[in-house]
Design a protein around this ligand. Structure first.
Ligand SMILES: Cc1cc2nc3c(=O)[nH]c(=O)nc-3n(C[C@H](O)[C@H](O)[C@H](O)COP(=O)(O)OP(=O)(O)OC[C@H]3O[C@@H](n4cnc5c(N)ncnc54)[C@H](O)[C@@H]3O)c2cc1C
Length: 277
C-alpha cells in the first residue's frame, strides 16, 4: 500500500512525486511515455530553462527523484483504476498496486486540423501558443491557420512580435511543406504563401479515461474539475497539469510552469489531507 500513486510522468506528475517524496511518503509514479510535447525540441517560457529540450527536463527530473528513497518510478502504462479513498487499485502489466490516494496527471491528446503536412511540423515550425513559440518567429512572416474568431486573437497577440501574418482557414490550405528552412502554405486556390512558421488550433481531449471512470467531475471544456487545492470531486483523487481545470479560470492553463505548479499543489494537498483525515 503506497501513500500515493501518481499516474503521469510529465512535468505535473514528476513535480507531484517530488513534493510527496520530500515528505518521506511512499509514492509510485507510473509513466507510459506519451507526452503532449513529445515532438518539441525547444520549450520556452520556463524560468531558468528557456529553450530546453523537454526530454532533458524529464531526464533531470527523474534523476532528482532517484535521490528520494520513498519515490519509485516505473515506465509502464496503467490499464485500469478502481477503488476509493483509502484503497485505490491501479493495474499495469506488472500487476495491481494499491494506494490510499491518487494523483492524476495524464495530460491531454491533441488533434490537429486535417491539413497534410501540419502534423509533421507540430512542435517545430507549427505551434499553437504564442507565449511558447512566438518569439522564435520575431520579425518574420507567419501563417495563422485557424478557423473563426480565435484567429484574430492570435494575430493580435503576435502583432508586436512578428513582421506580418497571413490568416487562413484550415479548409483553404491544401498542404504545408518545409522548403529551405521555411514553410510553404500551398493554398487550395493554387497560390503559395511562404512563412517562417504557422500557428494553428488543436482540439484537445483527455489522454486517459481514469478521471471519468473514478467519477470525477468534468467541466464543459473537457478538463477535470479541481478546487484551488488540486482536489477533484472524487475524495482522495487529485489532478494536475493540462488535464485539470480550476472552474474559476477561463480554461486549463497549458504550460510547463503551470503544470509544475499544479502538480506541486496536488501532491501537497494529498499529503495535507492524509494528516487531516
Ligand atoms: C507542440 C507543443 C509545444 C509546447 N511548447 C511549450 C513551451 O514551449 N512552453 C511551455 O511552457 N509549454 C509548452 N507546451 C505545453 C506543455 O508541453 C504542457 O503544458 C505540459 O507538457 C503538460 O504537462 P502534463 O504533465 O500535464 O502532461 P504531459 O507532459 O502530456 O504528461 C502526461 C503524462 O501522463 C502519462 N500517461 C497518460 N496516460 C497514461 C497511462 N494510461 N498510464 C501511465 N501514464 C499515462 C504520459 O505518459 C505522460 O507521462 C507545448 C505543448 C505542445 C503540444
Amino acid at each position: 500500500m503506497y501513500d500515493v500513486i501518481v499516474i503521469g510522468g510529465g512535468p505535473a506528475g514528476l513535480q507531484a512525486a517530488l513534493t510527496i517524496g520530500r515528505m518521506h511518503r511512499t509514492v509510485l509514479l507510473l509513466d507510459s511515455g506519451e507526452y503532449r510535447n513529445a515532438t518539441v525540441e525547444h520549450a520556452h517560457n520556463l524560468l531558468t530553462n528557456d529553450g530546453r529540450d523537454p526530454a532533458e527536463l524529464r531526464r533531470i527530473a527523474r534523476a532528482e527523484l532517484a535521490a528520494y528513497a520513498t519515490v519509485e518510478v516505473r515506465t509502464t502504462a496503467v490499464t485500469a483504476v478502481g477503488g476509493s479513498l483509502g484503497d485505490f487499485a491501479v493495474t499495469t502489466a506488472d500487476g495491481v498496486a494499491h494506494a490510499r490516494r491518487l494523483v492524476l496527471a495524464t495530460g491531454m491528446r491533441d488533434e490537429l486540423p486535417a491539413v497534410p503536412g501540419l502534423a509533421e511540423q507540430w512542435g517545430r515550425r507549427v505551434a499553437q501558443c504564442p507565449f511558447c513559440h512566438g518569439h522564435e518567429f520575431a520579425g518574420q512572416r507567419v501563417g495563422i491557420v485557424i478557423e473563426g474568431e480565435h484567429a484574430g486573437m492570435i494575430e493580435r497577440m503576435l502583432r508586436p512580435v512578428v513582421a506580418s501574418a497571413f490568416l487562413a482557414s484550415p479548409a483553404d490550405v491544401a498542404e504545408v511543406a518545409e522548403v529551405d528552412g521555411a514553410l510553404e502554405l500551398r493554398l487550395a486556390d493554387g497560390s503559395v504563401e511562404r512563412v517562417a512558421g504557422v500557428f494553428t488550433a488543436a482540439t484537445a481531449t483527455q489522454r486517459a479515461p481514469f478521471a471519468e471512470q473514478l467519477g470525477c467531475g468534468i467541466l464543459p471544456g473537457g478538463g477535470v474539475e479541481i478546487d484551488p487545492l488540486g482536489r477533484t470531486t472524487t475524495p482522495g483523487v487529485y489532478a494536475g497539469g493540462d488535464m485539470a481545470h480550476l472552474a474559476a479560470l477561463p480554461g486549463p492553463m497549458v504550460s510547463l510552469a503551470a503544470a509544475i505548479a499544479s502538480g506541486q499543489l496536488a501532491g501537497a494537498s494529498a499529503v495535507r489531507d492524509d494528516i487531516m483525515a
